[in-house]
Design a protein around this ligand. Sequence first.
Ligand code: ADP
Length: 401
Amino acid sequence: MTATRVLVLNSGSSSVKYQLLDMRDSSRLAVGLVERIGEESSRLKHTPLNDGGASRERTESIADHAAALQAVAEELAKDGLGLDSPELAAIGHRVVHGGQSFTEPTVVNDAVLAEIERLIPVAPLHNPANLTGIRTARALRPDLPQVAVFDTAFHTTMPESAARYAIDVETADTHRIRRYGFHGTSHAYVSRATAELLGRSPEDVNVIVLHLGNGASASAVRGGECVDTSMGLTPLEGLVMGTRSGDMDPAVIFHLMRVGGMSTDEIDTLLNKKSGLIGLCGDNDMREIRRRIDEGDERAKLAFDIYIHRLKKYIGAYYAVLGRVDAIAFTAGVGENSAPVRKAAVAGLEQLGLAVDDELNAVRSDEPRLISPAGARVAVAVVPTDEELEIATQTYALVEA
Ligand code: ADP
């Protein structure tokens, strides 16, 4: 029997998200989530999709990632999808930071684990949890290939002119300070899917990808390769996000320390968790913000306007970086669902060949689709992202090779 299943694991500090896919047809066999790991009332939600079974929930104390994965394995086994099955080909892990070391998906061995560990200083929140996930999965199935798929990998093609900050080179190199970019798996998937939607090969197409979720980033992709992206050393740089400020004068930080008397941790929390849309208006869900705007709420309107202003600046900047743009692709929670954001982002850019057709923009669908008027110079598209499928595809391609 050929092994055609891939388990995709996305391990956070207190959660594990998973999907089991069959790579013969890229179908999902099961999806689920373990939350509040290490707390009294952890929760596991498991949905088998192979034979139309209903979702199951477990609420119990799940002490650590090992216990979480064990619980996931038990649930999968109930549906005949156990992790001991010979049909399982590999486990693909989302790893947030691969630094400059990892430009491609990589089969995990001890040296790879050591390198991911070495990168913890540049990804203190994410890499430790990702490592725990890999180590746990390895202990469970030591014989199985484990593949690390890095959020930063797609951006390693950025030229030095885009990847370097204009700071003292030695200081930057000592501390590995440069622009790495994140959401790479999504930018890779969406830029390819956009070329496909246009019926062209990725090598022939220049795309601006706008990944607008709770975290948000833009990228400029020339002929399938990333040439610039809006996130930097960490995911804090760039667009206005749900709870992150995005771009700002770095001197704001000195000011908050010197004049505001704030500590490093307090400022970190302020900029990462209490800024962006939530800091501006108290809500980070675009649906709620639109509802408030419809009721005449001025704060919500200002938050929306600041969000759109920044987005437009990046569209203009990446237009200039690429020189020729074939398509702009909106993706992730806001990009896929918010017609007002898409309309406002390209409003007034007709001179750049950009426009949205209101009727097409209003269509709700899970499929990639064009929303620009027929004959437009630049295609404007909505392209749902699928990071799990991309991780599974890259993982399977590597173990099949
Ligand atoms: P994450 O960054 O957490 O992966 P998602 O890509 O799932 O985020 O996006 C989540 C965000 O998408 C929500 O915070 C919300 O602002 C937005 N969103 C989800 N559904 C809609 C919708 N129907 N209309 C507008 N915005 C939406």
